[in-house]
Design a protein around this ligand. Structure first.
Ligand code: AMP
Ligand code: ZN
Ligand code: FE
Ligand code: FE
Length: 272
């Protein structure tokens, strides 16, 4: 079991576990370090700080941003930043505006296909960073599809009939903002990117680290990315990408980093 898991999601984005449940799982898994990396928000941190006070878990501030590079979707993990830095807060607002506008466009497309979702119910029952997994759950609840993977396969997956990319937020601007807020920028799950050549192009940008250890892949597959991180002199990070029952095959702590790497990262800023 790794010392720290640096990639997980709560109900503040598209995870199904509350922050309290997440902390209980972290304790059960024997984790000593944790970074909550909800999509485009740090809204879970005040509760996370409260819930970890009675544990021996050390926190590292984290977030996962959705950006675009030359038409490809790219996820960037940020760590160790000051969560209330004005530049960062402004970027959170822009990301959340992008999500809101995009969700409404997706709901319009679904309505045109005969699958209406009650917009006001959607907006009042999902977090400000809601995304496609929430829409998929509505489609399941209303009986339009049997399960979430089918919703993605038929309608919501990249390039499918009801997919909307939304305003593309740039990789370089996101990295710059994380640096301005005293944090570091890590290229998330390179395993899922279109090609190794795209990863190399991205690593020419001022990233600080590469997420080499990723829950969904076996150690042999992760080793390839460790080698690439070493060639580029990047920090090697890792995490499960735990989403609760939205990704039932990934348990909290199934991937992560050792104590030495975690302590190096924590020397940066942690949430007060
Ligand atoms: P969004 O942030 O709205 O673009 O939604 C992306 C999220 O949807 C990812 O972080 C995954 O958690 C989830 N996701 C993407 N593809 C699938 C899929 N085929 N089946 C289930 N969940 C998916
Ligand atoms: Zn997610
Ligand atoms: Fe991701
Ligand atoms: Fe994630």
């Amino acid at each position: 079991m790794p010392y720290a898991d640096l990639h997980c999601h709560s109900t503040f984005s598209d995870g199904t576990s509350t922050v309290e449940e997440l902390v209980n799982l972290a304790v059960q898994a024997g984790l000593k370090g944790l970074s909550l990396t909800d999509h485009d928000t740090v809204a879970g941190y005040p509760e996370l700080v409260k819930q970890t006070q009675k544990t021996d878990i050390t926190l590292l501030t984290g977030v996962e941003y959705s950006t675009f590079y030359r038409g490809h979707s790219v996820h960037i993990l940020g760590y160790g930043f000051s969560p209330d830095h004005p530049s960062l807060c402004h970027l959170f607002e822009r990301h959340q505006k992008r999500r809101r506008e995009r969700n409404l466009l997706i709901l319009e497309k679904l309505t045109k296909k005969g699958m209406p979702i009650d917009t006001s119910l959607f907006l009042t029952t999902t977090p400000p960073t809601a995304g496609r997994p929430h829409i998929a759950q509505f489609l399941v609840d209303q009986g339009f599809v049997p399960n979430i993977p089918t919703a993605f396969a038929l309608y919501l997956g990249d390039g499918k009939s009801c997919y909307v990319a939304g305003e593309p937020l740039s990789v370089t601007e996101t990295i710059d903002t994380l640096h301005t807020a005293g944090g570091i920028a890590v290229l998330a799950h390179p395993h899922l990117l279109h090609s190794a050549s795209l990863v190399r192009q991205l690593l020419a940008l001022p990233f600080d680290g590469l997420e080499c250890h990723y829950g969904q892949f076996p150690p042999k597959e992760n080793a390839r990315w460790v080698a690439m991180a070493q060639r580029h002199h990047l920090l090697i990070t890792g995490g499960s990408d735990f989403h609760g029952s939205n990704k039932p095959h990934l348990s909290l702590g199934c991937a992560g980093i050792n104590q030495e790497t975690f302590e190096k990262l924590v020397q940066k800023k942690i949430f007060p």
